[in-house]
Design a protein around this ligand. Sequence first.
Ligand code: ADE
Length: 379
Amino acid sequence: MPVMPAAQRIDVVSIFPDYLAPLGLSLIGKARQDGVLDIRVHDLRDFTHDRHRTVDDTPYGGGAGMVMKPQPWAEALDHVVSEAGPMTGPRPRLVVPGPGGIPFTQALAGELAREPWLAFACGRYEGIDERVYEHAREDLGLDVTVVSLGDYVLNGGEVAVLAIVEAVARLIPGVIGNAESLVEESHEDGLLEYPIYTKPRVWQGREVPAVLLSGDHAAIAAWRHEQRLARTAARRPDLLHPSLGGADAEVTTATPGDLPELLTLLLAAGQVATMDTLRADLATGRMWLARRSGRLVGAIRTQAAGDTLHVTAPALAPDVEDEELARHLLDVATGTALSDIRSLLLADPTASTARARTYKKAGYRPVPAGWSRQVPRHG
Ligand code: ADE
C-alpha cells in the first residue's frame, strides 16, 4: 500500500509546547492518528545556544515588556522549512497570531484549509523582533500572515493557534464525519444559527415551538430563517447589511450629534419632526441611521410601549428609491427588539404601493393605524 501524504501539515513553534497538547484530543487527535493531519510542535528554546535558553530581551527605544529575540526564531523557522519532504508543498504559509493582525474569520479559515502546509509562530511578551518577519519573507520565501482572534489581548499565540487549527482542520475532508453539518452553519452564509431543540417536547414547563412539531417543512424553514434574521439583528447587526440588500449602507444607532442631519432627512422624506421631538424620541426610543459613503440616506425610529414596538416608516432620502434599504432598516430596527416585543405597529397608513409591498413581504398586515405584525413567542 502506498503511504498517502497527510491532507495538511501543520508546524507550531512555541516556548510552551505543552500548551498545544489539546491538539492530540478529540477529532483533531483522531485525524492525526488517521494520518489526515500531520501536526508537529517545536520548542523554541531548542533553538537557543546559551545556558539559560534565553528567548527575549529588552526593546530598543525603550518601552514596557520584553521582545522575542530574532536568532532563536530564525533558526526555528529554518528548521521547519528544512523539513520539507518530497510529498509536502515546497513552503509552509506562516501564520503569526497577534492582536495586530487581520481578523480571523470563517472565510480565512477556509483559505487556510486549502493550504497544504501551515506553520504557526506563537509569540509571547510584547511580540517578535520585526526582522524575523523579514527573514521569513525574504530569505525563506514564506507568505507571512499576522492573524488576530479579536479585539482583545491574550498572553501569547498558543490559545489562538488552538482556535485557528480547530476552525481550519474541521474544514479538511476526513476530519469531521458529517460533512452535511458543515453546510448549514453559522457564518457560512453571513447569518447566525436559529435556535435548536431536542426531546423532551416539554421541559420544566417550557415547550418546543409548535411550528417545529408541525411537519410543515416550508413553515419550519420560514420560521428558522426569521429566527436567524432576528438573532443576527440583535447580536450582530454588522453582519446583516451585506446579506440583506441595502448592501452598501452602514447602519448604526443615532447619537445626539446626528439629530440635525436626521431632521433634514426626515423633513425631506415628508415625515413630521422637530429637533425637540427628535431629542425626546432619542431619550426614550431607538433610532437607526443608514449611511452610504458617510451620507445619511435612511433612518427609522422605534419606541416600545408595553409589549408593542411602535415603528416609524423607514425614511429614505428623496433620491434614494431603494426598497431593499427600507426593508433592511425595518429588519435591523425590529430584529433587535424581538425578545421582549409581541407585536409591531408600523405608523405608515399612506404607504406607496412599493412600500406597501415591502411591508407585506416583511410579514405586516394593514390595520387602520398603519401596519401590524405579531412576533412569535420564541426567539
Ligand atoms: N495574541 C495575543 N493576543 C491575540 C489575539 N487577540 N489574537 C491572536 N493572537 C493573539
